[in-house]
Every structure is written in C-alpha cells, then in structure tokens.
Ligand binder design. Structure first.
Ligand SMILES: Cc1cc2nc3c(=O)[nH]c(=O)nc-3n(C[C@H](O)[C@H](O)[C@H](O)COP(=O)(O)OP(=O)(O)OC[C@H]3O[C@@H](n4cnc5c(N)ncnc54)[C@H](O)[C@@H]3O)c2cc1C
Length: 441
C-alpha cells in the first residue's frame, strides 16, 4: 500500500486525506497546530465563554466538492441553506434593497430577482439585465488582466447597481477591491453560482461552529480508518532523494518516509519547507509572488440586536456584512451574538479594537437609527492572510496540483482550481491532488 503524507489539516488537507483513505492509501496527516482547521476553525473565547469561528463563513449551493466532502464524513445537516437566493442590503437610514430570486431555472431566477428588486431604480435594473443578457451570450471569459471595475464599466453598469449588487458580490467572493480584483475570477463565480442551476446560488450558513462542522468529524473519520494523525507537529522541511520526494522532517527532528507528499499549507509555509535550490524554481518563484488579502471579524455580544435579520449587507459601508449568530442558531430576542465582517480589510488592519468598535457603533446609528443596544463583550479577529489576493493578472502564478518536484503534490485554496480562494477551492484542490496521485480508474 503506498504511503502518502498530507501536510496541513485545513480543509484542503482534510479533503485530500479522506479521498486517499477511501482509495485504500496509507495516510499520515501532519498538522502544525493542536486542533487543525487552519483558516476555517472555531475556538472557545475565554472572555465570553462562547465558541467563536475565526470568521463567519458562508457557502453556496454550487459548493459541490464541499458538500460531497461533508456527506462523506457524515455531516449532512450542519449547514442551513436558503430555499432560494435572498439577500437584504441596507442603506443608510435603514431603507432596504431586497434581492429575492423566485423558483425559476437559472439564470432566469437571477434576472427575475434583479427585475423585481425593491429599492432599486429602473435604470439600474435595466443595466443589470443588460449585463445578464451579455453574459449569457458571452461564453468567453474576460481576460485575467481586466479588473472587475473595468469590466463592469464595459458592461455599462450604473453606480446604483454596482453598490447594491456587484460590489458586495466582489468583496464577498474575491476578498478584494473591485478596482484591483480580476474580472475572470468574478466570471468563474458567476458561471458556477448564477448560470448553472437555481440551487447553485443559494447561500448556506453553518449551524454549528466551524471546527465541529468541518474538522473534528474529518479527523475522526480518518483516524477510525487507520490514518496516523500528528497534531501540534509542524513540518520543518521536505526530504528529497534522487530528485524525488522521500518524506518529511518534523520540527522535532523526527523523520517520516513516504512515497508521496501532498502539501496543503499556505504559500509561505510551502516555500519554507522546500529544500536546497527548489525555492528558485520558476513555479515556486511565482508562488512567492502571490499577494495576500486580510479579513477582519468583530464578534460582539449585545443585550439586544439592532437588526432583526439573520444576516444582511450594508450598502457603501466599511462594514460589509452583519450576522446575528443567535438568530442563525435558532434563538430569538434577548442577548445576541453578532458578527461583523470586513473583507479585504487592508485599510483597517492597524486599527485598535476601540477604533473598530467605534466604527461599528457609528455605522449602527447610521443604518439602524433608533435601535439602541449595549455591548457586553467584544472579540476582534484579524486574519492578515485570510486569502491570496485575486488581483487582475495574477492567476497564472497559482500552481497546478502536480508540482515540478517528483512525488510532491500541491493543495490549498490558492492552487490553480479555476476558483477564487474559498472553502470550495480548498476542498476541490484536496480532491484534485488526491486524484493526481491515484492511478486512473
Ligand atoms: C476570516 C475568514 C473568512 C472567510 N470566509 C469565507 C467564506 O465565507 N466562504 C468561503 O468559501 N471561504 C471563506 N474563507 C476562506 C476559507 O477559510 C479558506 O479558503 C480555507 O479555509 C482554506 O483552507 P486550506 O486548507 O487551503 O488552508 P488553511 O486553512 O490555511 O490550512 C492550512 C493548514 O496547514 C497548517 N500548516 C501550516 N504550516 C504547516 C507546517 N509547516 N506543518 C504542518 N502544518 C502546517 C496550518 O496550521 C493549517 O491548519 C474565509 C477565510 C477567512 C480567514
């Protein structure tokens, strides 16, 4: 039985491990932290005693590989899915624009949703519809060198429809500013989410903390089927013999041999593990040039929520999305746990907790006037390298699953999956890496 080491127990590594175990491989999974989960994890916050995610994570109906992974590890009902895509966007003063897509086949459901959107002028709706018509005829993707901003201008999109539909979609799915982000990446999202099936565009919110949803069960599944799991043991270096991978060396000095290795760690960690002159290889030089984009999450326990919805977006605010976790978990009224997400938060990275809470309070007054509340706990989580940057012209730097070093396969949300760096990209990359080293069936 071939022995494969998977480095990293984030979603990519877990998905790869589960696939290989199912294919009969001997698997050793090695993770630097004590609990795994990487950028999609939860932990108990000592101050509030609550289990918090490192950041609110949404999924979509089009996350095929993710849903297959969850089914495989036996987590069937951990995500609450909308029946049809519905999003409320709030404007300053509290007025709303509501996107509600009726049960029609895609992409008609989106066209009808945009046409009947409340709180949006007819000119803006006409612009969105025009974009839809152009897209359904335009099979060719926009060039990766074109920014979302340039592409939206080319499609004649008005400021109104950009603020309510396009820009929230770009910040949320690409975690980058529309002025910078690649239109080709946006097109990948549009194709998967809005132009395939009606169910593909539905949003899903985890009902349980992230580690319970994605990580604990995957580790248990792997362990029960014979995988060896090392937690809290960082890999220091890859070991190479005769120009091929031979195993890994842990930080403790222990050496573990393997026939193949799947690296499922982020770019800087991979580059640190490469031995000899391998970091100079053009493919790894490209990896070194991938940028990063941060996300800030504020968790707040308040005596009562200033809004009644499970989640909503703010139009033209530095705070992009608001979630009422208590509502999502089925509690209503009384004390509430809120989450605020700031995507591509480069401008706020150095802000203190006090400044971020000040911003939250100012925005609540602006968007929900007359809804007073008292904050009881705050936890700010700044993920500086939440995702790679999807800046236009950078997709070619993302490597394929098969690396130039024989026996080394690459996984992670940042490899070349055709998708922006998301849960779905991570899980797909894990499945792709496993498929690349398994014999063809
Ligand atoms: C705040 C935030 C919000 C997000 N929101 C969404 C969302 O709403 N929807 C969505 O689809 N995606 C979202 N994402 C993106 C999603 O979390 C990531 O795409 C996904 O978790 C990446 O998984 P991964 O396995 O590729 O990498 P990681 O999760 O980074 O896993 C890599 C693992 O490798 C380990 N590791 C690193 N170095 C070593 C070493 N030397 N030895 C051993 N192990 C090592 C790390 O500890 C880690 O566990 C969000 C991300 C963040 C940070």
């Amino acid at each position: 039985m071939p022995h494969t080491i998977v480095i990293g127990a984030g979603l990519a590594g877990l998905a790869a491990a589960v696939r290989l175990i199912d294919a009969g491989h001997r698997v050793t999974l090695i993770e630097a932290t004590k609990a795994g989960g990487g950028r999609a994890r939860s932990f108990v916050d000592p101050a509030s005693g609550r289990e918090l995610d490192n950041g609110q994570h949404l999924v979509m109906g089009c996350y095929r590989e993710t849903l297959a992974f969850l089914r495989q590890i036996g987590v069937h009902d951990g995500i609450y899915f909308q029946r049809d895509l519905a999003i409320d966007m709030v404007k300053p003063g509290g007025k709303r624009a509501k996107l509600l897509c009726p049960p029609l086949p895609a992409p008609l459901h989106l066209a009808a949703g945009l046409l009947t959107m409340r709180g949006v002028g007819v000119l803006h709706k006409a612009a969105a519809l025009r974009a839809g018509l152009l897209l359904s005829g335009e099979v060719r993707r926009p060039d990766d060198n074109e920014t979302c901003d340039a592409w939206l201008r080319r499609l004649g999109q008005t400021a109104g429809i950009r603020a309510i539909f396009w820009e929230p979609l770009i910040w949320a799915t690409l975690n980058d500013d529309p002025l910078v982000a690649s239109a080709a990446m946006l097109m990948a999202v549009l194709e998967r989410a809005f132009m395939s099936t009606r169910d593909a565009s539905r949003l899903g919110v985890p009902r349980v903390p992230l580690s319970r949803l994605y990580v604990d069960q995957a580790l248990a599944y792997s362990r029960d089927r014979g995988a060896v799991i090392h937690l809290g043991q960082p890999v220091r270096a890859l070991r190479v013999a005769d120009q091929a991978i031979a195993g890994v060396i842990l930080k403790s000095g222990e050496q573990i041999d393997a026939d193949q290795v799947i690296s499922a760690v982020p770019p800087p960690a991979l580059l640190d593990m490469l031995p000899g002159t391998w970091p100079n290889h053009p493919i790894f030089q490209d990896v070194a040039r991938l940028g990063a984009s941060p996300i800030i999450n504020l968790w707040l326990v308040v005596d009562r929520a200033p809004f009644d919805d499970p989640f909503l977006g703010l139009v033209s605010s530095e705070l992009h999305w608001l979630f009422n976790r208590s509502r999502i978990e089925g509690h209503s009224g009384g004390e509430a746990l809120l989450n605020v997400t700031i995507s591509a938060a480069r401008a706020s990275l150095e802000d203190s907790q006090e400044a971020l809470v000040g911003l939250f309070n100012a925005e609540m007054r602006r968007y929900f006037p007359g809804r007073p509340y008292t904050i009881r706990h705050v936890k700010v989580i700044k993920e500086k390298r939440a995702t790679i940057s999807h800046a236009a012209g950078t997709y070619h730097r993302r490597p394929e699953a098969q690396s130039p070093l024989r026996g080394l396969y690459l996984a992670g949300d940042w490899v070349r999956t055709g998708l922006p760096a998301t849960i779905e990209s991570a899980v797909q990359s894990g499945h792709d890496a496993a498929a690349a080293l398994l014999p063809p069936t």
